[in-house]
Design a protein around this ligand. Structure first.
Ligand code: SF4
Ligand code: SF4
Length: 163
């Protein structure tokens, strides 16, 4: 079995996501919102597959890694809401002045559009501040889109609401 650092640290990085085929190609990232499924373990879950409204996610078996048809994905965020592992994110690197990241959020307080929030990376480290632009909810999971400084779209994976 290939050795991956995330198996020891519990935190995956961009090079490992790429190696596992979980990172959209650069050209697709620059076209507009697209999903990144940070789901590297062969676990028995495929909930995102039937929920995707455009059938952009495929899995060969219940324990296979998800495969995304990048050009079909519209970045709608439904998989962000339904993934029990909070492992689905939508990133939009297509704008010149900022990136946009959509993350699942299950803590209180609930952010509101217009809030300034603290941006956290995969390690839980603070990497800056962002502006909440959209919030919707499904079964108590909030799907939050934040505008981040340019260059942070592939780093920000959680937010902290200052109150
Ligand atoms: S963001 Fe929407 S279209 Fe893209 S994979 Fe997820 S559910 Fe499907
Ligand atoms: S729902 Fe989440 S944990 Fe389950 S296969 Fe999809 S991305 Fe992985």
């Amino acid at each position: 079995m290939e050795k991956y650092r995330f198996r020891e640290t519990g935190i995956i990085d961009l090079s490992e996501l790429e190696k596992l085929g979980l990172m959209p190609p650069r050209e697709r990232l620059l076209k507009g919102p697209v999903v990144v499924l940070e789901c590297p373990e062969e676990i028995p879950c495929n909930i995102c597959v039937p929920f995707c409204p455009v059938k952009a996610i495929q899995m060969e078996s219940i324990i296979a890694l998800p495969r995304v048809l990048w050009d079909k994905c519209t970045g709608c965020g439904v998989c962000v809401a339904v993934c029990p592992g909070l492992a689905a994110f939508v990133v939009d690197l297509s704008k010149p002045d900022a990136d946009y990241v959509t993350v699942p959020h299950e803590f209180l307080p609930v952010p509101r559009p217009g809030d300034t929030v603290v941006l956290l990376n995969r390690r839980g480290e603070v990497v800056g501040e962002g502006l909440v632009v959209r919030v919707w909810e499904r079964n108590k999971t909030y799907v939050v889109t934040v505008k981040t400084p340019k260059g942070l779209g592939l780093e920000v994976r959680a937010i902290w609401v200052k109150k």
